[in-house]
Design a protein around this ligand. Structure first.
Ligand SMILES: Nc1ncnc2c1ncn2[C@@H]1O[C@H](COP(=O)(O)OP(=O)(O)O)[C@@H](O)[C@H]1O
Ligand SMILES: [Mg+2]
Length: 282
């Protein structure tokens, strides 16, 4: 075998490895799609029962606690009752929390697979990005009391319309933005003094591509998270805050559906920058 043939073979090997990886990702996501067809719907109802009954039990427990406080004097018996009540309350809280987490996953899957309109159309990406960056910020502020962050936006003027699926693009923007807000919020919880949460969004053209860069000065990602960030259901967030679907969906949207690229740089404790790039001529 000549040197060039060896080189060709090596390149081919790499290509096969890439394709295999892509296939595995698509398989994971299409199995997600199948889930949504039936199971997700089926699970939603019983889950709502779990959440509702746990909320009801919580209310009853509160009433019971008030009654117990009046009814009994002091002593061991009273202490035992207090212990049992506290445990029941904690159990009830856990049932509700995990129920809600499961419901979030179901809703995420349904949202992603519903009304799959794969049509691309010439899209004003600067307009959409601006709108949804702000929307995500207000949503975050509504969910986290006292949350504040500075946001720098830079949209290149005169960007041409880009041929893509607007719903998909919005979904990708929201997922990346939500992660950025969460990362700076989390860091602000850990370092109450002196830290100023900041997110920068930039949309510009480079090398025949449209590039969206979202940079935050939040928690950053450790090695394990960097390796698994695109895995379906990988999350470092507590129940109710994350499902681990976001970046898997972003990758599918950008790379499989729009032939673009997702990349990131991240330094633990310092921050993260995600870039989504789309070919300008699709
Ligand atoms: N900007 C970011 N800063 C820090 N960690 C991030 C960021 N984006 C993603 N991550 C990490 O990647 C994980 C997976 O993200 P994602 O797929 O969106 O799921 P989720 O947000 O539901 O956890 C997150 O739990 C988090 O640990
Ligand atoms: Mg997310």
């Amino acid at each position: 075998m000549t040197r060039t043939e060896k080189k060709d073979l090596a390149a081919l090997g790499r290509e096969i490895a890439n394709l295999r990886e892509q296939l595995e990702r698509q398989e994971k996501l299409s199995s997600l799609g199948m889930l949504s067809a039936g199971i997700a719907h089926e699970i939603r109802n019983p889950l709502n029962f779990v959440i509702n009954f746990s909320t009801l039990s919580g209310n009853l427990l509160e009433e019971y606690r008030a009654m117990a406080e009046k009814a009994t004097g002091g002593g061991d018996m009273r202490e035992d009752m207090e212990d049992i009540l506290a445990t029941l309350e904690e159990n009830q809280r856990k049932i509700a929390e995990h129920g809600r987490h499961a419901l979030d996953i179901i809703n995420g899957i349904l949202l992603y697979s519903r009304g799959k309109d794969d049509a691309c159309q010439p899209t004003d990406t600067a307009l959409l990005t601006r709108e949804y960056v702000r929307l995500s910020y207000h949503a975050m502020r509504a969910n986290c009391k006292g949350f504040n962050a500075s946001i720098r936006e830079d949209y290149e003027t005169g960007l041409p319309p880009v041929n893509l699926n607007p719903q998909d693009y919005i979904r990708a923007v929201l997922n990346v933005m939500n992660n950025a807000w969460y990362a700076v919020w989390k860091k602000s919880q850990e370092h109450p003094g002196g830290y100023r949460p900041a997110v920068a969004v930039r949309l510009h053209r480079a090398d025949g591509r449209l590039v969206l860069a979202v940079e935050d000065n939040g928690t950053g990602m450790d090695r394990e998270t960097q390796e698994k960030v695109y895995d379906v259901f990988y999350t470092t967030k507590p129940a109710g805050h994350g499902t681990g679907l976001g970046m898997a969906i972003v990758k599918d949207i950008v790379e499989n559906k729009h032939h673009g690229r997702v990349a990131f740089t991240s330094v633990p404790g310092e921050g993260t920058c995600f870039t989504l790039s789309f070919p300008l001529s699709l």
